[in-house]
Design a protein around this ligand. Structure first.
Ligand code: ADP
Ligand code: MG
Length: 355
C-alpha cells in the first residue's frame, strides 16, 4: 500500500482548470448509470427526478466529510475515501431497515487536486454504487481555498410498517450486533502509527504486513444491507436499530436513553476479531475498550423480541450481547469478573480524550 495518496504537484497530472466545471462534471459522472426504477432522471438537469410512488416511505440522510477532521489524505487513498463515503451513508439507510437507492455527491476541492485525483475518488464512489445498487443522480462541484470537503445525501425506501427507529427498544428485548467491533479503530491506530514513522518521528519502518483485516475495516467499511436482508428473510423485525459509527457504548446509550430503558451487556460476549485483538494488545489498548469506544465499525446494533431468540441464533454473523432492562436499572456492562460497570457517554474509559 502506498502512503502517498495525497494530491501532488506533478506536471504529468491534469489541473482541474483545464477541464472547466462542466467538463469535470461530465467526466466524473460519465459512468453513472440509473439502475433503480425510482431513478427517472439523474445527472444533467437542474434537479434529479425520482419516482417513489410505490407506497413506501422515503428515507433521506446527509453526511459531510471534511479533510483533516474526518479523513487524512496522507494515508487514506482517494478511491477508498469515495467508497467509504458511500458505504457510511448506505449504513444510515440500513439502520432504519431501508434500502438505499440514490445519492447526490457534492465536492469542494482546492486547485491542489488534479483531475486524476478526482477520478480516483469517483472510482471508489462508482465501485460502491455498483456494489450496493445505488444510483448517483446529482451533486455539486465547487472550490475551496484549501482542503477538501465531500458531502453525500442518500435516499432510500422502506415499507412503512418495516421502519425501525432507534428509540423503540423494550424491556426484555435481546440486544444483538452484527459482525465484530473495534477493528476499524485498530486500523486507524495502525495508520496513525505508520504516518508518524513516515513523518520521521520514529525510526521504525512502516509495517502493514499481516494487518490487511484491520486496514480494510478502517479504509473500506461495508454497509450491512446483507444483515437487514437476512433479518427480513428470517421474518425478524428488530424493535430498535442503529448503526455503530461512534462505538458500541455511545450507540447503546442512544438506543436506551431514546427508548427510556436500561441495558445489561456482557463484556465477554462483545465480538472482537482475533486479528484486531492481537494488534490492539500489541499497542496496549484493551480490545474491549476499542469495541466500546473506537467507532467507525458500521455494524448494526439492534434489539429483538425475546420470542425471536431461536431465529436469531440460527443466523450466522450475529451475536447476542445482552438484554434491555427496565428504565431504573441504568445501562451497565457485566465485566468478565462479574462486576457491573456503568456505560458512560464517552465509552468505557473515555480514552479518546487522553491520546
Ligand atoms: P446547477 O448549476 O443547476 O446547480 P450544476 O452545473 O452544478 O447545476 O450541475 C449540473 C448537473 O451535474 C446537475 O445534474 C448536478 O446534479 C450534477 N453534478 C454537479 N456536480 C456533480 C458531482 N460532483 N457529482 C455528481 N453530479 C454532479
Ligand atoms: Mg450546482
Amino acid at each position: 500500500m502506498s502512503l502517498n495518496n495525497a494530491p501532488v504537484n506533478n506536471t504529468s497530472l491534469t489541473p482541474l482548470s483545464s477541464l472547466g466545471e462542466f467538463g469535470l462534471i461530465r467526466r466524473l459522472t460519465r459512468r453513472a448509470r440509473l439502475a433503480n426504477p425510482s431513478s427517472c432522471k439523474g445527472v444533467g438537469d437542474d434537479a434529479a427526478v425520482l419516482d417513489y410512488n410505490n407506497g413506501k416511505k422515503i428515507l433521506v440522510s446527509t453526511d459531510m466529510l471534511v479533510e483533516g477532521i474526518h479523513f487524512d489524505l496522507a494515508y487514506v487513498p482517494l478511491k477508498h475515501l469515495g467508497y467509504k463515503a458511500v458505504a457510511v451513508n448506505a449504513s444510515d439507510i440500513h439502520a432504519m431497515n431501508g434500502v438505499p437507492r440514490q445519492i447526490t455527491l457534492s465536492i469542494a476541492v482546492s486547485s491542489r487536486f488534479t483531475v486524476e485525483a478526482l477520478d480516483e475518488l469517483y472510482d471508489g464512489v462508482h465501485l460502491a454504487c455498483e456494489r450496493y445498487d445505488i444510483d448517483l443522480v446529482g451533486g455539486d462541484t465547487t472550490t475551496t481555498r484549501s482542503g477538501a470537503c465531500i458531502s453525500i445525501t442518500i435516499i432510500g425506501e422502506v415499507a412503512g410498517e418495516e421502519i425501525v427507529y432507534r428509540d423503540t427498544a423494550r424491556a426484555n428485548d435481546i440486544i444483538c450486533v452484527s459482525g465484530d467491533l473495534g477493528a476499524a479503530y485498530a486500523g486507524l491506530q495502525l495508520l496513525e502509527r505508520e504516518k508518524r514513522v513516515l513523518d520521521g518521528q520514529t525510526l521504525a519502518r512502516p509495517a502493514f504486513e499481516g494487518h490487511d483485516y484491520i486496514l480494510e475495516r478502517q479504509l473500506k467499511p461495508e454497509a450491512r444491507g446483507d444483515v437487514t436482508r437476512q433479518l427480513r428473510q428470517a421474518s425478524i423485525l428488530p424493535t430498535a436499530m442503529i448503526d455503530i459509527s461512534d462505538g458500541l457504548s455511545s450507540e447503546l446509550l442512544h438506543v436506551c436513553n431514546g427508548s427510556r430503558v436500561g441495558c445489561r451487556v456482557y463484556a465477554e460476549k462483545i465480538p472482537v476479531d482475533p486479528r484486531a485483538a492481537r494488534f490492539l494488545e500489541e499497542i496496549n489498548i484493551d480490545p474491549l475498550t476499542a469495541a466500546l469506544s473506537g467507532g467507525e465499525d458500521y455494524e448494526l446494533l439492534f434489539t429483538i423480541p425475546l420470542a425471536a431468540r431461536e431465529a436469531i441464533a440460527a443466523l450466522p454473523g450475529i451475536t447476542m450481547i445482552g438484554y434491555i432492562t427496565p428504565p431504573g436499572d441504568g445501562c451497565n456492562i457485566v465485566a468478565r469478573d462479574g462486576s457491573l460497570v456503568e456505560i458512560k457517554a464517552l465509552g468505557w474509559t473515555n480514552f479518546k480524550s487522553d491520546d
